[in-house]
Design a protein around this ligand. Structure first.
Ligand code: NI
Length: 228
């Protein structure tokens, strides 16, 4: 399941993030990739210890906390601290790969995070670069994703995906790995669809006894399937 969440960042947050990134030093992106992914990965990334990385991470995580759609789609238990990357010039693509299942937190005391859901938060506008689609293969075929700056796409970490070469301009983005309370993608999907339908019902019809009961069923399914 692919879920896009528009306007995760406010215009002010987006401007601040871009300003901090434009004042940062970029390093070879292979630093956080496993051995298979490293062969395909040809981009740049902020290194751990980069001056503005803590502020950038805090900015993104605070924005995610405000987003009910992000929450219901990912049901996040743990989020690996977000990373930031840049595709431009000679370092401009990431071939087909899958994301490693278990990732050590850069703050080692937090241990491993299982990546169930991957996310890309776009930080450049689509007209600022050519190419650079995030291409994701899922059970319904191959999807190319290129969103407005400040918007985010969630996709299963188990999918094979790539970033096509950026032939002009630069593509800045933030990427994240999320351990979900619900490990199984099909169960997450059912919960997401049900929650979205309930939100719409509530908006159009207000609270009612059947909606209260359906909400109870949602939570009982979540109780059955979630780990904490
Ligand atoms: Ni990936």
């Amino acid at each position: 399941m692919l879920v896009t969440v528009d306007n995760v960042l406010t215009p002010d947050e987006l401007a601040l993030a871009r300003d901090l990134l434009n004042r940062s030093e970029w390093h070879d992106g292979a630093i956080t990739a496993g051995s298979q992914a490293a062969l395909a990965k040809n981009n740049q990334q902020l290194a751990e210890g980069a001056q503005h990385l803590p502020a950038l991470r805090q900015l993104v995580l605070s924005a995610l906390e405000r987003s009910p759609i992000f929450f219901t789609a990912a049901l996040p238990l743990k989020i690996l601290p977000p990373f930031f990357n840049r595709y431009a010039g000679q370092t401009n693509a990431y071939g087909f790969h899958t994301d490693g299942a278990m990732r050590m937190s850069p703050h080692r005391a937090q241990g491993y995070v299982r990546s169930d859901v991957s996310a890309t938060l776009f930080l450049s506008e689509p007209n600022e670069y050519e190419g650079g689609e995030l291409t994701i293969e899922d059970t319904f075929g191959t999807h190319g994703v290129k969103l407005r700056a400040g918007s985010l796409v969630l996709y299963p970490s188990s999918s094979v995906h790539a970033v096509s070469p950026v032939s002009k301009g630069q593509r800045l983005a933030c990427f994240m790995f999320i351990q979900s309370m619900v490990r199984d993608a099909a169960q997450r999907r059912l919960l997401y669809d049900m929650d979205i339908a309930l939100m719409r019902l509530r908006q159009t019809q207000g609270e009612s006894d059947p909606i209260v009961r359906l909400t109870g069923i949602y939570h009982n399914l979540l109780r059955n399937w979630a780990d904490s």
